[in-house]
Write a new protein. Structure first.
Length: 365
């Protein structure tokens, strides 16, 4: 049977991972369509679950373990009456809970793998889905705000503007023992993500008015305060607006949206790219099944199956994280009740096990 042509639009992390994953299927001929590369590096990090780390292992022929910093411990703190209460922690002696990587370094590795596997990259700008004629399936991995999505899917999304900004950056330090941590502060949640022995990244979600000219000094002061250190070096500070956007419709005809265009969620739980990777795994599984039966993608219910199997988890996760974010916002009337709830959470081993399972495997059964 003639191979079916797949056009992956976009060469970010989602697009590259999708191309490499689908390229494994002998029934498909995969190509990437993307505008000319920008020289700007993505100086951010991403945390992925242990199960998604194994997915990376399967997609890449040789995985450089040094690029994925493992974590066996995660601590969650809540600020109450100027005190930082450690209300929940996860500790594993033998298994890693998550891995953190630098986006630009992993993107370089993925591009090398694309070249090695001779996946064709066509450099051109795409302004509408009609520019992609000739493919049996077009997969749009164009980030969160591409105008092309509107021409494909006009149905309403679940949307929310948090009126917040994410502050991100790298920190060089000499702290002997530092673990992955989430601090729910009065200004907003701050995540600490170690990615090497003497380096960690941070993601601090704050109100838009909080961002000032002296933001570097403010960030340094806050991190030194919560980690009880005197000297750190901060670089690569970036900001981006925070929104919630959960698509209700995933595809139209032979065009599928994937990546942040499908679901943009609050970074408080670090689940954004984990959802993307689970989407890619499921898409590969569905296409393998139907093309393996000799069916064309256009005439099969492949995209409907993919949508039905992924939409519930993506929406539940996005809404659940939104509720979590709202719960931890400072509120003088509710804060005493929160203190009681969180003290009981720390004693509930069943809840810890469920939380750990969901963060690793997602909600799919």
């Amino acid at each position: 049977m003639k191979k079916q042509r797949i056009g992956i639009v976009g060469d970010g992390l989602a697009g590259l991972m999708t191309a490499l994953a689908l390229n494994d299927l002998p029934t498909l001929d995969v190509q990437i369509i993307a505008k000319k590369n920008k020289l700007k590096k993505d100086k951010r990090t991403t945390a992925i679950s242990a199960s998604n780390y194994e997915f990376f292992h399967r997609v890449l022929d040789k995985l450089d373990k040094k690029l994925f910093w493992p974590s066996k411990k995660i601590n969650l703190f809540y600020e109450s009456n100027e005190k930082k209460i450690n209300f929940l922690n996860f500790n594993e002696d033998n298994n890693n809970l998550l891995y953190v990587f630098e986006n630009d370094k992993i993107k370089d590795i993925l591009n090398k793998e694309i070249k090695k596997k001779k996946i064709k990259i066509i450099r051109k700008s795409i302004n509408q889905s009609g520019d992609l004629d000739g493919y049996d399936l077009k997969v749009l991995c164009l980030g969160r705000n591409s105008k092309i999505y509107q021409s494909v899917i006009k149905s309403r999304s679940i949307e929310k503007d948090y009126k917040e900004m994410a502050l991100t950056g790298y920190v060089k330090h000499n702290i002997k023992d530092i673990s992955t941590s989430q601090f729910f502060l009065k200004e907003g949640p701050l995540a600490i993500l170690p990615f090497s022995k003497n380096n960690f990244s941070f993601v601090w979600s704050v109100k838009k008015g909080f961002v000032t000219e002296n933001i570097a000094s403010t960030i340094k002061s806050k991190i030194c305060e919560i980690l009880k250190v005197k000297n750190i070096n901060i670089t690569n500070i970036q900001t981006y607006p925070l929104t919630l956007n959960l698509k209700r419709t995933y595809y139209k005809n032979d065009v599928l949206i994937l990546g942040e265009g499908l679901h943009t969620i609050h970074p408080v739980a670090g689940q954004g790219f984990n959802l993307v990777l689970r989407d890619i795994k499921k898409l590969k599984e569905v296409l393998k099944y139907y093309t393996g039966l000799g069916m064309s993608i256009k005439s099969s219910p492949a995209l409907e199956d993919f949508s039905n199997q992924r939409k519930s988890e993506n929406i539940i996760t996005g809404v659940g994280i939104d509720l979590t974010h709202n719960f931890f916002k400072q509120n003088k009337l509710l804060d005493p009740l929160k203190d009681v709830i969180l003290k009981n959470v720390s004693k509930n081993n069943t809840l810890k096990k469920i939380s750990k399972f969901i963060s690793n495997q997602g909600l799919s059964i």
